[in-house]
Design a protein around this ligand. Structure first.
Ligand code: SF4
Length: 513
């Protein structure tokens, strides 16, 4: 008998054989690996996908929720995607919020394991009663928002969809998976969208309505009640400015990537693109993932470019950093357009900004010329060129073919001088946190199991900021002292491993969870 909080079932789909089976989740596995990234890693290990081609039929694509998902505990409606990464060649996990996780779990499952490869485009339709492999030819080629809308028309408005865009279909190694459409969320990292595309799987719709049994409903209600006020008060800054509200402070600290991580100051530019400026100039409203009261999501009104006049998703801190400061683009409207293009094509904004920053430096140094760029002046701050390049990456045209493989592959292609300014760890482009500004971020990213990841340790946000006595860190961590860094990162990685497995949004820590 499985513990409460779990549905106790794993959905197994073989797209080659077009076979769908359900198996039990073992209670021992639940207790040892919890769920989310922990249980997903166990399922990946069991699938023996270590030596496979990440884009071949033997790779498995795993979606895992956690025991807290859909229990109504604050900030717990998330899912993890686990697979072997085509970008890094190693373990991949990518986490996403939104509302898909709850809908999937309420179909009666804790995880979904997809193997094989369909011979034509398909999508998975999952409900309380059944799972079907359906024809997706009509949706193939659609951007993520159009596909979501069309699938919701076909499956019912209450259904949520996790979909890939043209980037995933074209096996771009920095493609992600978008859930909830227009104002949704992206499991962006490690090229999980390309793995989905390699299986010819356009989307997974979920429309569950089952109840999730919990062991102690009163405690969940009490925790939510006690946290409701502090959560709102402590995270008011995130509601006001989004995750990008602290961008100027990040630049001051030297934490923000500027000009392909060159470390130059960029005060005036940071002021123009910070989330606080966005709140004054573009913000229409905020939105949240399921069971969240923080509401860091942004809906903005685009004023320029192809989406002028439309209400679209606003960029987060990482996107403002990688597609803004990292490219010396201080036109907030242009960064908003870049963000929208990435969301529609289904591209990870971190890796996309990272690889375009790399290309701009290569252009500056003469390693790429207008002949390579198809006539594009790939100079710093050229937002129009960035928009073209995002499309070229997603559609695998021209220089986009080289850049779609990520920074490491592009640098290998261009040769040794390029490798000197190729920012990646284990093949994954870094998020907008500079390890030189916070030593704990350097240790955390260097030892993260998926490559350059700030979230697997998450200790950077507490450096100079909080004493974590419960975690055995009684003194305020200083930025530039090596002492205690390995221990801090070790403890935080263990804690974050638990949060990624349970699964809870890490921003809830700021609210007091
Ligand atoms: S804080 Fe932001 S990312 Fe986290 S659950 Fe809430 S809306 Fe989603």
């Amino acid at each position: 008998m499985i513990a409460k909080g779990y549905m106790g079932r794993i959905l197994m789909v073989d797209l080659t054989e077009r076979k769908i089976t359900v198996r039990d989740m073992e209670d021992g596995d639940a207790r040892q690996f919890i769920g989310g990234s922990g249980y997903g890693a166990k399922l990946l290990f069991d699938a023996k996908a270590v030596d496979c081609d990440p884009l071949g039929p033997d790779n498995v694509l795993i979606f895992a929720v956690g025991p807290l998902t859909a229990t109504s505990l604050f900030n717990s409606d998330r899912f993890d995607v686990i697979t072997k990464s085509p970008l890094t060649g190693i373990f991949a996990e990518s986490s996403s919020g939104g509302f898909w996780a709850g809908k999937f779990k309420k179909c009666g499952y804790d995880a979904l394991v997809i193997k094989g490869r369909s011979s034509s485009p398909v999508y998975l339709s999952i409900t309380d009663e059944k799972t079907e492999i359906k024809d997706a030819k009509a949706y193939w080629g659609m951007d993520t928002f159009a596909a979501t809308e069309a699938l919701q028309k076909a499956e019912g408005a209450g259904v949520k969809a996790a979909v890939i865009g043209p980037a995933g279909e074209n096996l771009v190694k920095i493609a992600g998976i978008v859930s909830d459409g227009k104002h949704g969320r992206l499991a962006g990292r490690c090229g999980v969208g390309a793995v989905m595309g390699s299986k010819m799987l356009k989307a997974i719709t979920a429309g569950g309505t089952r109840k999730v049994e919990v062991a102690d409903r009163e405690s969940i209600t009490a925790i939510n009640k006690s946290l409701s006020e502090p959560m709102k008060v402590n995270t008011q800054g995130m509601a006001d400015g989004g995750t990008g509200g602290g961008l100027e402070a990040s630049e001051e600290l030297g934490n923000l990537p500027v000009k392909n991580w060159s470390g130059v100051p960029w005060h005036d530019g940071a002021k123009k693109i910070t989330g606080l400026t966005m709140a004054k100039t573009h913000l229409v409203k905020t939105y949240n993932c399921g069971s969240c009261v923080i509401k860091c999501g942004r809906v903005v009104k685009s004023q320029t470019g192809p989406y002028a006049g439309e209400e679209i998703g606003g960029p987060e801190y990482e996107t403002l950093g990688l597609l803004g400061s990292n490219l010396l683009i201080d036109d907030l409207g242009a960064v908003i357009t870049s963000n929208e293009l990435c969301n529609r094509y289904g591209l990870d904004t971190i890796s996309t900004g990272g690889v375009i920053g790399f290309a701009m430096e290569a252009f500056e140094k003469g390693l790429l010329t207008v002949k390579d760029t198809g006539g594009l002046e790939l100079s710093w701050g050229n937002a129009e060129a960035v928009h073209r390049l995002i499309e070229d990456i997603a559609l695998q045209r021209g220089l986009g073919k080289l850049l779609g493989g990520g920074v490491r592959a592009a640098a290998e292609e261009l040769g040794p001088p390029a490798e000197e300014f190729a920012a990646h760890i284990k093949g994954l482009e870094p998020p907008a946190h500079d390890g030189r500004a916070k030593f704990t971020a350097a240790v955390g990213m260097a030892t993260s199991n998926r490559g350059a990841c700030h979230l697997s340790g998450f200790s950077h946000d507490f450096e100079e900021g909080a004493v974590l006595e419960d975690l055995g860190s009684p003194a305020l961590p200083r930025r530039f002292t090596p002492e205690g860094k390995p221990e801090n990162v070790f403890r935080m990685q263990n804690l974050m491993g638990m949060m990624d497995s349970a699964i809870v949004c890490k921003f809830a820590l700021f609210g007091g969870l």
